[in-house]
Design a protein around this ligand. Structure first.
Ligand code: FMN
Length: 221
């Protein structure tokens, strides 16, 4: 079987520090490696994940990287909940119970699937979108920033040598689950970012054509 992410060197020694406020930074950093990563990036479906996942220090590095997104108004309209170790199994019990409540005739096989969702990967990070209402920065922009965090998290996770997938599934929208996760009113799940490794081949999928999606605006005469 083709080894993919498991053959990738994990960058456990990567501890790149962000600049301090006011420190001069390069306005652009040409990097073929970054382009390659972005152009060849693929999600690994959670079902195909195995260990190892990022260590605590690596999770810290991933989150440190992920929060460096554009954020209109500097509101930090996001926060994180990390699931690792036994917490993933404990959360599975919550998922099973919530699923059974809304699907009382669900067969055992389905309940078991729900119970094991978070143990598919060694680490799952919930990105919580938390918006400030009635602020001059539109809620939409605050939510977009949370989406940017999710994407940066995927990229940082890949750059650390791990597989990743951004998913929501039903439990991102379930009121019982939101309470169990400790979400405050108005907070929403932007995504669950699954992190791990894989021993499955990872194939490119069809992509839309960027040029088909692009027009050039011109003034009407
Ligand atoms: C907000 C959001 C939610 C998603 N939720 C799911 C999901 O619940 N299940 C799923 O299989 N893929 C979901 N995806 C898609 C995957 O993250 C991923 O894009 C897909 O597997 C295609 O792989 P790629 O990232 O390599 O293009 C979601 C994507 C986004 C942006």
């Amino acid at each position: 079987m083709a080894k993919q992410a498991n053959d990738t060197p994990r960058n456990s020694r990567f501890a790149v520090k962000p600049p301090k406020p006011g420190e001069q930074v390069a306005p652009a950093q040409p990097s073929e490696e970054t382009l390659r990563l972005l152009l060849r990036r693929r999600s690994v479906v959670a079902n195909n994940m195995t260990g190892p996942g990022p260590s605590d220090a690596q999770i810290k590095q991933i989150l440190l990287t992920a929060i460096r997104v554009p954020d209109h108004g500097k509101l930090a309209p996001w926060r994180f909940i990390v699931f690792k170790g036994p917490a993933r199994k404990d959360f599975g019990t919550v998922l099973r119970k919530a699923f059974l409540e809304t699907n009382p005739s669900a067969p055992e096989a389905r309940l078991s699937l729900e119970e094991h969702r978070f143990t598919r990967a060694p680490v799952v990070v919930a990105v919580v979108s938390r918006v400030t209402e009635n602020h001059k920065i539109p809620v939409w922009e605050q939510q977009l920033s949370a989406g940017a965090v999710c994407q940066s998290m995927l990229i940082a996770t890949n750059a650390m040598g791990f597989a990743s997938q951004w998913i929501t599934e039903w439990y991102a929208y379930d009121p019982t689950i939101k309470i169990a996760m400790g979400l405050n009113p108005g907070e929403r799940i932007a995504g669950f970012v699954y992190m791990g490794s894989t021993d499955q081949p990872c194939l490119e999928r069809e992509r839309p054509s960027a040029s088909d999606l692009t027009t050039h605006w011109r003034a009407r005469t």
